[in-house]
Design a protein around this ligand. Structure first.
Ligand SMILES: [Zn+2]
Length: 463
């Protein structure tokens, strides 16, 4: 007798949890900005987000909701080069250092130049001017991109040393991922304790905390891990209504930081890069859409204060050498995938193990439910079964965020092929990224520029 494949409640919930990707493109008021200086600056960084990533996410959102991403209609756009000090392909540390300090450095360095000298960051400069500052990231707060805006280190992998600089940094608000606690030496304070000792409010309850305590207090609020997220927010494709989004953290930041002297906020979509390293197109697209929803919060603010606000949306580098040919597939194929590669490799595989062996009919039904894969060709079926067999024989294992199991790899490669999407690499590339801008001094972002120019343009906007 055939056993029925049971669908755990979590997956049923995920099947219907599309709330994260609700599509309401905000109306942008295109008023010509005056020459007065900017007061409120938003710098959004999509980690690994090249032009193709944006185009594909936009095509997908249009196919599902009929609307564009929030920032693609900004009036000023330019190509931005991202090479590092040696002229090579950058990593997130060198790119974030360029954006945060206006200077090129070697890969791996966190706001230090090639001689090991600390470089003053935009956060440190603007805090000296009396502005409030905030740093938001969907990955851990000691990761390269957030780290380069508040810390200095000879290595991006000095997670503890980077995290411990948060307490004494001039930052007023951190929101997003937790610190990597596994790097805390057993006989030392952890970074959160150091922050509390320094007078910070530290809370893992982002939805309520910003209404509590003195609004003048410095705040670090984060979402603790629930599903092996590797100390980050869950992938947008896996998120439930219990999860706090980048948009939520951005909204809290606006409420905390608004003051007569202005603010600077850096908001990073860090897992666009992770999904791109894994060549998981559906997960990547949902990350860009989640990032776009965070930008919507800034657009709402811009619409209230158009003369004083500058919004910049850029990327630190491209990941995956991604290409898109709308004639080579149908973008709607992305809608079928309901779980990130990470959830496929961990929870789904673990769950399947309890039913193994499973009949071919049940497996085919499963592919339809979780991945929208119907009318599976013999070649596709062979690839999926081979990946599943290989993964099930390995048993439950936890894959690092930048690697991928054979089953999820088979699933995501078939969905990419059906969507007209081509990943040519699992790594970063030197392809220039796109920068979009709106608001006061946005006209600086035209033609071609370099990532170091963004730092200079921000300073110019404040003069
Ligand atoms: Zn990367």
């Amino acid at each position: 007798m055939k056993s029925h494949v049971k669908i755990p409640l979590i997956f049923i919930a995920l099947l219907f949890n599309l709330s994260f990707c609700k599509d309401i493109t905000p109306e942008i008021q295109l008023e010509s900005p005056p020459s007065a200086k900017a007061k409120y600056i938003f710098l959004f960084i999509g980690d690994g987000m090249g032009q193709a990533h944006i185009d594909i996410a936009e095509a997908y959102q249009k196919s599902q909701k009929g609307s564009s991403l929030s920032f693609t209609g900004f009036p000023y756009q330019c190509k931005t080069t991202t090479y590092n000090e040696q002229g090579y392909i950058t990593d997130s540390a060198a790119a974030a250092t360029a954006l945060a300090t206006g200077q090129k450095t070697y890969n791996g360095l966190i706001s230090q130049n090639i001689n090991g000298k600390n470089l003053k960051t935009i956060v440190e400069i603007l805090a000296d001017k009396g502005m409030k500052t905030g740093i938001i990231s969907s990955v851990s707060m000691d990761h390269s991109t957030p780290g380069a805006f508040y810390a200095h280190s000879v290595s991006r992998y000095n997670y503890y040393q980077i995290a411990m600089q948060a307490a004494t940094s001039p930052v007023d608000y951190f929101g997003g991922g937790p610190f990597l606690d596994s790097y805390v030496p057993s006989d030392q304070l952890n970074p959160k304790e150091a922050m509390v000792d320094a007078g910070w409010i530290v809370s893992e309850d982002p939805f309520r905390i910003h209404f509590q305590g003195d609004i003048r207090s410095k705040l670090y609020t984060y979402q603790p891990n629930r599903n092996n997220e590797k100390d980050s927010l869950p992938y947008c494709i896996d998120a439930t209504t219990e999860d706090v989004s980048m948009a939520d953290f951005t909204e809290i930041g606006i409420k905390r930081l608004k003051n007569p002297k202005g603010f600077f906020m850096m908001i990073e979509g860090g897992k666009i890069d992770w999904a791109s390293h894994a060549n998981d197109i559906a997960t990547m697209v949902h990350e860009v859409i989640g990032f776009s929803k965070a930008v919507e919060k800034a657009i709402d603010f811009y619409n209230e204060y158009p003369d004083e606000t500058l919004i910049i949306v850029t990327a630190d580098h491209e990941t995956g050498d991604l290409e898109y040919d709308p004639h080579a597939g149908t973008i709607e194929a992305i809608a079928g995938q309901k779980l990130s590669f990470q959830m496929i490799d961990t929870f789904l595989v673990n769950w399947l193990l309890s039913f193994y062996p499973i009949s071919a009919e049940q497996i085919e039904a499963l592919f339809g439910i979780y991945f929208g894969l119907r009318d599976i060709s013999p070649e596709e079926f062979g690839l999926l079964n081979q990946g599943l067999d290989s993964q099930l024989s390995l048993g439950y294992s936890y894959y690092k965020q930048t690697s991928q199991g054979e089953f999820s790899s088979a699933v995501t490669s078939i969905i990419a092929a059906r969507s007209g999407v081509f990943w040519n690499s699992h790594s970063h590339t030197s392809t220039p990224v796109s920068t979009y801008a709106i608001g006061n001094h946005a006209e600086s972002f035209r033609g071609q520029n370099d990532n170091t120019d963004i730092f200079n343009h921000i300073l110019s906007a404040l003069e």
